[in-house]
Design a protein around this ligand. Sequence first.
Ligand code: MG
Length: 327
Amino acid sequence: MHFELKTLQLIEPFRIAHGTSATRQVLRATNGTLVTEAPFVPYYGEDPAATLALLNQTVLPLNLPRTATLALNLLRHDIVGHQTSRPLSSYAESKLGAPVHPAPPGCRSFSIPEDLGAFAEKVAAIAAQFPVLKLKLGSGDLGLDIATVSVARMAAPDAQLLLDVNGGWDIAEAPLMVEKVSEYSPALIEQPIHHRHGVEVWEELRTQLPGNAPPIFADESIQNVGDVEALADFIDGINIKLLKCGSLDAAVAMISAAQKQNLQILLGCMIETSLGTTAAAHLAPWADWIDLDGHFYVANDDYTGITYDAKGRLIMPERPGIGAIPR
Ligand SMILES: [Mg+2]
């Protein structure tokens, strides 16, 4: 087995409530011809060089950083997939049963805009292909957040809008902001309040929202199955990502927990190459929404895997394991 780091050059700096990035790093794990990837994200604060040094020790430590755990877990599934000539999705199917639906509509994300005119043009251009648009809010400027939604709605009247606040509103302003952005008929609002808040604050938010508020999703506040159960009464859905769960197995367990609580599922990803987003896409048939566009932000994506057709529909590669191949 071999490990290495790859630096991803972003096509343009990506700004969300947690900060702005111009490059990202991913970990690659290789076994023979099989390669898997797991991303490093500023949010988890794991150090790429330190992680690589840990993996290059003669004996692997028991507790590895989540990026390393995910890369190794995906490698194990990729090996089994190639041995059995089945895609990664067949593991999910063995645990979750037949797909809930073939694949949710494709989505593209927009980072917090700097220039609303340029943003409107970009939204209109992308909405011509993709039926779902995810807008990053939580800029720190409530006026800009509302303007972002309003401009996107005018530029894409028929799009489904997913609003991701990344915890950028405080509990005093969140109920009013939910009400304000609801005028633009969003399909859902993700992580309106900060993840440092516990269950009580989510409960408080829920009691302050009208019954007809858009579905409220939790992302950063849901890190494991216990969080799903604790928050289930106060939210309508959760965002599931491979890195957050730490393994394909844990992501499948989280989907199962969400299904038991009648929560909707948004399947997300990080900024990663097509190798990473294609691995995650194997869970798409069990998700209500997908946000699998991390590779579109990468200028040096060296893999090819999932694609989207002219109507933004997800197309999976027909190959065993993860199914992404070098370009
Ligand atoms: Mg999110």
